[in-house]
Design a protein around this ligand. Structure first.
Ligand SMILES: [Zn+2]
Length: 272
């Protein structure tokens, strides 16, 4: 220290004191941490760090699922244990949707309608009736193209966003659910659905009613339902040239039998 000015010596002394103080604090912190004493301080520090991190935009914070919902309690954990959900796809259809709605009213059942955007646009009165009757609505793409999942990300996004606009325009309320045409899923589909805050839904009881297998086969399949199952039927065909036509008379006849039977077995129908 000899030869340094008084200011320089004071400076050095202060630095020594400071570094000793820092060393003492660090040693103390290490001792306390190893003793588990300041463990509880960590969440506060983490919270501060999180607060300092800019919040990502709302859309990005929607967790992107890797698979769709297959059962009621995956999406409605507080639903009654005996809950089942009936979903009706590819409408609305002017011939068949009113008949299905009449049956649902008759048996006091609420269902979830997976609407094709183009059909919703063409039949807004039916969409409004579906909502007025207390049923839930689901985005089922604009034109129901198949296969769906491996189209370009832009095409998938376009199908979902156009349908969302068409359905909102008809229903006055936005769907929160998305069902991929044909149940065909891919990361691009999950991403586009998440972007619109739509929960992807599938099913686990499929009577393949669209193929018109015979009324009894549809009934038998629906009656295999177990608590929590999501049932799939069709009130339209998305107005696409499927070769199966839009004859949903087997579906209507099957629901006429299956709905009261499922209710008498103690099931509670819920909307998704
Ligand atoms: Zn469909």
């Amino acid at each position: 220290m000899r030869g340094r000015s008084p200011e320089a010596r004071r400076d050095l002394n202060e630095r020594n004191v400071r570094s000793r103080l820092v060393a003492w604090i660090v040693a103390g912190a290490i001792a306390l941490t190893s003793a588990g004493v300041i463990e509880s301080a960590r969440p506060a520090l983490a919270a501060e760090a999180a607060a300092a991190t800019p919040t990502p935009p709302a859309a990005a914070s929607v967790a992107m699922p890797k698979r769709p919902v297959y059962t009621v309690h995956q999406i409605l954990p507080r639903a009654p244990a005996n809950a089942v959900a009936l979903t009706l796809d590819d409408g609305p259809n002017p011939s068949w949707t009113p008949r299905v709605l009449a049956l649902l009213r008759k048996y006091d059942v609420r269902a979830t309608f997976c609407l094709v955007g183009r059909q919703a646009q063409a039949h807004p009165d039916l969409v409004r009736q579906i909502v007025a009757d207390g049923h839930a609505i689901c985005n089922h793409s604009m034109t129901h193209p198949q296969p769906f999942a491996h189209r370009s990300a832009a095409a998938i996004e376009q199908e979902i966003s156009s349908a969302q606009s068409a359905i909102v325009g008809a229903a006055g309320t936005a769907p929160r659910l998305f069902r991929s045409p044909g149940g065909d899923w891919s990361p691009a589909v999950f991403e586009a659905a998440a972007k619109h805050s739509l929960t992807p839904i599938a099913w686990n009881v499929d009577p393949r009613d669209w193929s018109r297998p015979g009324t009894q086969k549809i009934i038998d399949s629906l009656l295999t339902a177990k608590p929590g199952d999501i049932l799939l039927c069709h009130d339209g065909d998305g107005d696409r040239p499927s070769g199966h036509g839009t004859d949903r008379s087997e579906t209507v006849k099957a629901l006429e039998v299956a709905l009261p039977k499922l209710k008498s077995k103690g099931y509670t129908f819920v909307t998704l």
